[in-house]
Design a protein around this ligand. Structure first.
Ligand SMILES: [Ca+2]
Length: 316
């Protein structure tokens, strides 16, 4: 569908419920759509995106909780909801101190932190969808365009879904620095998400933070409910806009049982994306990368990821 035709469709949908804005998310080329398309087969094989692991440690010494994630698989059972102590873990290969960016507190890394400086993707991070895991390197790799240090995660968003997942408890805070090679798009796509399922983009519920109508937006997979950062107008007017080749500090709070999601950009809360009635959900996995429903390809970089029971903040 051409840009103009799609635009017309959007405006035609304007008078309908906002939930219809994505039209079922079914016009994305050959790559599937909206998290609802079946992938080309599914196998459990694949070596995984993880190499020698970098296990992030908290910014403070704290009492360590033993991380039990092992290379090649990530067990959700190994993740604790955080007790205020820093997780240092024993999985993976070389252990390096993780992010020291900003005011990362003792519980901001209680789930997982990484500055992606370890020379390979941390072993706790796995590529999804699983049926493409064997070719994960085509989509995700470390890159020298970094927010901290010399390395970040580069995501080549050329397919329907190319995401990295980290197991999380059902309530968590997150902080990640992100940038992309394009201005925020009019088409609908996802940057990060929390999901109740196993990581397959077609399974379970997913509460996604991404782009639509040239602005940041919050979107629910099951019914396409959407919160645009401009307060709901389906136009490119207003809202939070991320421009090309610029690092942004994205923070998010997912409270599954409490049915709440909060989003912050560069320390400022995006009030229009605050929901208190989405759920209850039993989140199991946090994902970051790029998932494409409408619109063009996009290359994205992620650095200084912090997932924990407490808020990391953006810091200096
Ligand atoms: Ca880094």
């Amino acid at each position: 569908m051409s840009f103009s035709a799609r635009s017309f469709a959007f405006f035609a949908a304007l008078t309908l419920a906002s939930a219809a804005a994505c039209g079922g998310e079914s016009d994305s080329g050959g790559g599937g759509s909206g998290g609802d398309a079946a992938g080309p087969g599914s196998t459990s094989a694949g070596a995984g995106a993880a190499g020698g692991g970098v296990r992030g440690s908290g910014a403070t010494s704290g009492s360590a909780t033993s991380g039990s994630a092992t290379s090649g698989s990530v067990t959700s059972g190994s993740v604790t909801s955080g007790t205020g102590s820093a997780a240092t873990g024993t999985g993976g290969g070389d252990t390096t101190t993780s992010t020291s960016t900003g005011s990362t507190g003792s519980d901001a890394c209680s789930i997982f932190c990484s500055d992606f400086e370890g020379g390979s993707l941390p072993s706790e991070v796995q590529f999804f969808p699983e049926y493409l895991r064997a070719s994960a390197a085509d989509y995700v790799k470390l890159d020298s365009t970094a927010h901290s240090g010399a390395s970040s995660v580069k995501v080549s968003g050329t397919g329907f879904s190319q995401m990295l997942g980290v197991p999380v408890p059902t309530t968590f805070w997150g902080r990640v620095y992100l940038r992309s090679d394009t201005d925020i798009q009019m088409g609908h796509n996802t940057y990060v998400a929390a999901t109740t399922a196993d990581g397959d983009p077609n399974n379970g519920e997913a509460i996604r933070i991404g782009e639509h109508q040239c602005q940041l937006e919050l979107n629910r997979k099951s019914d396409d409910a959407e919160k645009l950062s401009n307060g709901g107008m389906y136009s490119c007017t207003g809202g939070v806009k991320l421009v090309a080749n610029t690092w942004y500090c994205l923070e998010f709070y997912y409270d599954g049982p409490g049915r709440e999601v909060r989003v912050f950009v560069d320390d400022k809360e995006v009030d229009a994306m605050h929901v208190t009635d989405w759920g209850p959900y039993d989140y199991k996995l946090f994902k970051f990368g790029f998932e494409k429903y409408h619109g063009g390809n996009k290359t994205m970089w992620y650095d200084d990821l912090a997932l924990g029971a407490g808020r990391a903040g953006c810091g200096p």
